[in-house]
Design a protein around this ligand. Structure first.
Ligand SMILES: [Zn+2]
Ligand SMILES: [Zn+2]
Length: 269
């Protein structure tokens, strides 16, 4: 089972317009055992794991380092607990100074914690597109997506299903053909549908969002149909989109692809 702890993109939101789908930013989690779990992205959804004290070993895959995908990390209590083992996996890129990510995230003036105060046993693992991992019954394959500054997609193999998590993804590049092959015959694709088709193109009257790194439900439907994916999960919700707007997006998408689900914080697949 994959737990969707945060499904919002770009910015966390709260208030009465966001009760149904929630406002935490990106974080997914699946358990390997009573003491071990695999986490995808460290948005504010990550902090909902603070109440579960049983885990001793965490494997945290970061799709990329944009704020909405890491902002929950400094508030994640496991980093301050000497009994915890934390493995962080992120793409091997020179410009990120990848091994220094903890300094940047936790250190003053951004947050008042020098690295020496982090008590957990923390390992940073630099990974590349094409790498494959196995934790108990959970498998993870990573591959490059299409997003400014790069992004890793994660194909998650659970005991009874295969789920592709594209995190942030913009359609329209040569990467699309690869995505369709990578997604082929998955049971679920969790796809970046930050914009409505009209907002993306600018037909709604606003600034076009071409090149901003995100996609629409229409492209998500196109991809799942071409790849033979059974179910589509709309994800990385726009912070401007209220529950009513997300309901409408779900209705429009289901007219074109029946097995479409709108992700919400707390959803389980
Ligand atoms: Zn994002
Ligand atoms: Zn991003």
């Amino acid at each position: 089972m994959l737990n969707l702890l945060g499904t919002r993109g770009t910015l966390p939101v709260s208030g009465q317009n966001y009760v149904k789908y929630g406002g935490n930013t990106t974080c997914l989690m699946t358990t390997v055992s009573d003491e071990s779990c695999v986490i995808f992205d460290g948005g504010t959804g990550l902090t909902s794991l603070n109440k579960y004290k049983n885990f001793k070993e965490y494997h945290i895959f970061l799709s990329h380092l944009h704020w909405d995908h890491i902002v929950g990390m400094p508030i994640f209590e496991a980093f301050y607990n000497p009994t915890k083992n934390i493995n962080i996996y992120l793409e091997n890129k020179v410009e990120m100074a990848s091994t220094d990510i903890l300094y940047v995230l936790f250190k003053p003036p951004f947050f008042p914690v020098p690295k020496s105060k982090l008590r957990a046993d923390i390992r940073i693992n630099l990974i590349d597109s094409g790498d494959q991992f196995k934790f108990g019954d959970v498998g993870v394959h990573v591959a490059d997506g299409n997003h400014p500054d790069g992004v890793l997609m994660h194909k998650v193999f659970l005991r009874d299903k295969i789920i592709l998590f594209t995190s942030d993804y913009e359609h329209g590049s040569e990467n699309d053909d690869f995505l369709i092959e990578f997604a082929r015959d998955c049971d679920y694709m969790i796809f970046d549908t930050t914009y409505t088709p009209e907002e993306y193109s600018g037909e709604g009257g606003g600034m076009p969002k071409v090149g901003w790194g995100h996609s629409t439900f229409r492209y998500g439907i196109d991809f799942v149909k071409k790849a033979g994916v059974k179910n589509l999960v709309l994800f990385h919700h726009n912070p401007d989109y209220t529950d009513i707007m997300m309901d409408e997006m779900g209705i429009l998408a289901r007219r074109e692809f029946k097995n479409t689900f709108v992700a919400f914080d707390g959803m389980q697949i």
